[in-house]
Design a protein. Structure first.
Length: 368
């Protein structure tokens, strides 16, 4: 097994387009690292540079103890699973999984042992004689994963492997890949634009935007304490509500205020908020913190708002409220599914500050 280290890695395409901007990232041995971000953020380019499918413009990439900048892909001891499976349609499942080993001149007995072992791990023993066209999307993805497993590489790379599957199959396959990581105890680097996949699969998450790493941490640390408003809005469903307003001083109290709300800030926030007194600031709060009473004994704070849309989600309900945020004309509350409300109703929704934050309006970095 091996860790992967990227030091000051850049990728500049012809024409001067900077796709990856001086990223530094250490992926630990046997870790499941997820690179996540919107389309065009540089995550797939980063993965392809690790694989050797893209040349790096500057910086160094190390796999294990070896720098691999000038090492061809076939000699990096990695295996990659692609979005489109990349299976040979004229070959059986067995032959697809065995093909790479045959190219490397493995013995027939060793190939057979590795293929059948991988098939057992993936539950594909009964499909070895079928061709890809006779398989479902999930089964094809298993074959692509099996082709990687038989290599017994130091590092597995996954490039949005579930994006072609339906919603139910994506849930099943992400569980299978997580179990596979536990069983194989190997380093895995997984690229996705789906923050749900990132939250449920990764030991750590690397959030990227415009070729720059925004935050690297465990899923819950990123959710509970996002580094900036981009991370706060990208990680979490629904995303964090972020409001622009001013900090006002009233005697010994600090109040966040805008045209739609007036909220007394917790005493524990005073040190961070005081430098912004009479200035603009950003206030962020997760949807589940709206409509939920505080359990800390803090003074009761509310948002007074009219409900514009109600989305029942089964175990919970999303309320879209007529309170403008930084990204739109509504904020979202996530409340108990049995809460009795109706569209057009105006109500006071209590706030809880367990997962609320202040951000600097210029840098958008977290303050508290």
């Amino acid at each position: 097994m091996a860790g992967v280290i990227l030091k000051n890695v850049c990728k500049v395409y012809d024409g001067g387009m900077l796709a990856v901007d001086h990223i530094n990232l250490e992926i630990r041995d046997r870790e499941f690292m997820v690179l996540v971000g919107p389309s065009g953020c540089g995550k797939s380019t980063t993965l392809r540079m690790i694989a050797g499918l893209e040349e790096i413009s500057s910086g160094t990439i190390t796999i294990g103890s070896r720098e691999v900048n000038n090492v061809p892909p076939k000699d990096r001891d990695i295996a990659m699973v692609f979005q489109n499976y990349a299976l040979y349609p004229h070959m059986t499942v067995y032959d697809n999984m065995a093909f790479g080993l045959r190219l490397r001149k493995f013995s027939k007995a060793d190939i057979d042992k590795r293929v059948r072992s991988a098939a057992e791990i993936l539950g594909m023993q009964d499909y070895l004689n079928r061709k890809p066209k006779a398989l479902s999307g999930g089964q094809r993805q298993r074959v692509a994963v099996g082709r990687a497993i038989v290599r017994k590489p130091k590092v597995f790379l996954f490039d949005e492997p579930l994006s072609n599957l339906d919603a139910k199959m994506r849930v099943q396959m992400r569980t299978e890949i997580s179990k596979l990581h536990t069983r194989l105890e190997t380093t895995m680097i997984y690229v996705t634009h789906d923050q749900t996949e990132a939250m449920t699969m990764g030991d750590r998450i690397c959030v990227m935007k415009d070729g720059v790493i925004q935050q690297v941490d465990t899923p819950m640390n990123i959710y509970d304490r996002p580094a900036n408003t981009f991370v706060a809005g990208f990680i979490g469903t629904p995303p964090m509500n972020v409001f622009r307003g001013r900090v006002q001083r009233y005697d010994n109290r600090l109040v966040f205020k805008n045209d739609a709300m007036s909220i007394q800030l917790p005493d524990g926030w005073k040190e961070s908020a005081l430098p912004y007194a009479e200035k603009e600031i950003l206030f962020g709060i997760r949807p589940e913190e709206i409509g939920t009473e505080s359990t800390t004994g803090a003074s009761r704070q509310v948002i007074h708002a009219r409900i514009e849309v109600i989305e029942p989600m089964g175990a919970e309900t999303y309320l879209y409220l007529d309170v403008p945020t930084e990204t739109g004309n509504t904020c979202i509350a996530r409340v108990d599914a049995h809460k009795t409300v109706k569209v057009g109703e105006t109500l006071d929704l209590p706030l809880r500050f367990d997962n609320a934050h202040l951000f600097d309006p210029e840098s958008t970095q977290i303050l508290v």
